[in-house]
Design a protein around this ligand. Structure first.
Ligand SMILES: Nc1ncnc2c1ncn2[C@@H]1O[C@H](COP(=O)(O)OP(=O)(O)OP(=O)(O)O)[C@@H](O)[C@H]1O
Ligand SMILES: [Mg+2]
Length: 169
């Protein structure tokens, strides 16, 4: 396509926000699915000074970049402050979030409504792949810290980083 119309069509963008400490197969499932629906998917790693993670924000970004490289249209960045400002600065009209269980819903609904009220940005919920409906970064860290097998829950690269980091402790 090289008509004037296609040149003027703006790229459809969405953001997948989170702390990704570290990225899990559950995150990747949502990011992959978003990457098939949008031209560009921004993965926004939240900087939370009051919460020290297992991995630094730079380490999380580095892991995310490597495991999302195959999608081709995923851009990993960090952000602090309001997600709606991140969206405004980049012309992103949609936030894509995975919903694992009803327990996710209350808080996600509240945030979606707040964000929409603040700036008009829409939030789209993707039902989690049932294989990962119990999966969170916290749980992965906890199980791995006690020597449990998490190799089916995170990409090999993340497993390696986890093993190394937990071994340092
Ligand atoms: N297993 C999963 N299935 C679907 N979506 C998920 C899954 N885990 C996380 N997500 C999505 O990623 C977003 C960001 O997740 P977040 O960084 O809070 O990860 P988390 O795994 O919940 O980690 P934590 O245990 O630290 O809260 C969530 O709001 C949710 O939309
Ligand atoms: Mg969470």
């Amino acid at each position: 396509m090289n008509g004037p119309e296609s040149e003027e069509t703006p790229l459809r963008r969405a953001v997948c926000p989170g702390s990704f400490d570290p990225v899990t197969n559950g995150h990747l499932d949502i990011i992959a699915r978003a990457s098939r629906l949008y031209d560009v998917v921004h993965v926004a790693v939240m900087i939370n000074q009051s919460k020290k993670g297992l991995f630094t924000v730079d380490e999380r970004i580095d892991l995310l970049r490597q495991v999302t490289a195959e999608y081709g249209n995923v851009k990993v960045e960090s952000f602090h402050g309001l997600l709606v400002d991140f969206c405004k600065q980049r012309d992103i009209p949609a936030i894509v979030k995975g919903l694992r269980a009803v327990s996710d819903f209350d808080y996600e609904l509240q945030m979606a409504q707040m964000n929409n009220g603040l700036s008009g940005v829409e939030t789209l919920f993707v039902p989690t792949n049932p294989t990962y409906s119990f999966l969170s970064s916290s749980l992965v860290k906890e199980v791995a810290a006690w020597g449990g097998d998490v190799s089916h829950l995170v990409p090999p690269l993340v497993l390696e980083a986890l093993t190394e980091r937990l071994g340092e402790r």
